[in-house]
Design a protein around this ligand. Structure first.
Ligand SMILES: C[S@@+](CC[C@H](N)C(=O)[O-])C[C@H]1O[C@@H](n2cnc3c(N)ncnc32)[C@H](O)[C@@H]1O
Length: 281
């Protein structure tokens, strides 16, 4: 998204590291749950890490001490993420091949993968995700497993919405948001079926993961920098309203379900919930 010409001077620049900071370990933790939900990886398994980002899923697979001879194809459309994954792959000698490719137009031949994972990707792809999931199905062998995930609840979105309304009014330009249907597990099931998976071979699971925050104020700045710009870009008034937005976000941390103070240091813990769709071809 283009942040436009009015980027507030307080905004932290949106880049790969800011994404990593905001999601902390959450997508990796979901990937760890996913590996527990599917059959154990077998020797020689061929895996697609679809919408791989900086290699969160690939990293989790490699840290799980996978069996001999596995291979991973990692694809994404954002070259800065791919470069990061390529660097990790080189450093750690991972058996991964990295390609810049949209999930809805894969160039792999039919039936080449045993396992295809799109972790928090499908809701970002064109055509409501059906072309991308159809491509996952096409490139899986018979009996292979496809997994795609989406958030069921991200509590930190609510304080950002409160700051948006407080500083821009109810009629302000809309925030960039996950399409509302994608919060529902039933929608993931619908997309899987529309993409050709047999209803009797799909399973919907959920899992909870946690982000622990030591510095609430820094988190508020990161959240507003990353999630705060409206679809049309930052407004000229956003720089002057920056402190007000941060105060509203901080005040809402106390009242939003899913936020808790934990441990001796009273760190903030945020509980995130993911939907996990597992489909067998
Ligand atoms: C929320 S991130 C998830 C990254 C990673 N899978 C993870 O588990 O953290 C979404 C990723 O989807 C990628 N993406 C968005 N649209 C895409 C598309 N049409 N085809 C492939 N990747 C896409 C983005 O570039 C980004 O890396």
């Amino acid at each position: 998204m283009d942040p436009g010409p009015h980027i507030p001077k307080q905004a932290i620049r949106k880049d790969v590291d800011l994404y990593a900071e905001i999601t902390a370990n959450s997508t990796r933790d979901v990937a760890r749950h996913v590996l527990q939900m599917i059959p154990p990886l077998s020797a020689g398994i061929r895996i697609h890490d679809n919408g791989c980002g900086a290699g969160e899923v690939t990293g989790v697979i490699m840290e799980s001490s996978p069996p001999e001879g596995i291979s991973i194809e990692a694809t994404d459309i954002d070259q800065s993420y791919l470069d990061k994954l390529q660097a990790s792959a080189r450093e750690n000698s991972w058996p991964v091949n990295v390609t810049n490719r949209g999930s809805d137009q894969l160039q792999f031949v039919d039936g080449v993968f045993d396992l295809s994972i799109a972790n928090f990707v499908v809701f970002l792809t064109p055509g409501g995700g059906v072309p991308a999931v159809s491509e996952m199905r096409r490139t899986l062998r018979e009996g292979g497993t496809a997994v795609f995930t989406a958030w069921a609840r991200l509590p930190h979105v609510d304080p950002v919405k409160a700051a948006h309304e407080a500083t821009r009014g109810a009629d302000g330009p809309p925030l960039r948001e996950i399409p509302p249907e994608w919060w529902l597990g039933s929608h993931l099931q619908k997309v899987a079926i529309e993409s050709g998976f047999d209803e009797s071979k799909i399973e919907l699971r959920t899992c909870k993961v946690y982000i622990t925050i030591q510095d609430d104020e820094h988190l508020a700045h990161v959240l507003w920098s990353y999630l705060g710009p409206p679809m049309t870009g930052w407004l000229p008034s956003d720089e002057g309203d920056w402190d007000k937005a941060i105060s509203v976000i901080l005040a809402n941390f106390q009242d939003t379900a899913g936020f808790a103070k934990t441990g001796a240091d009273r760190a903030t813990s945020i509980e995130l919930t993911a939907n996990v769709l597992i489909a067998q071809k």
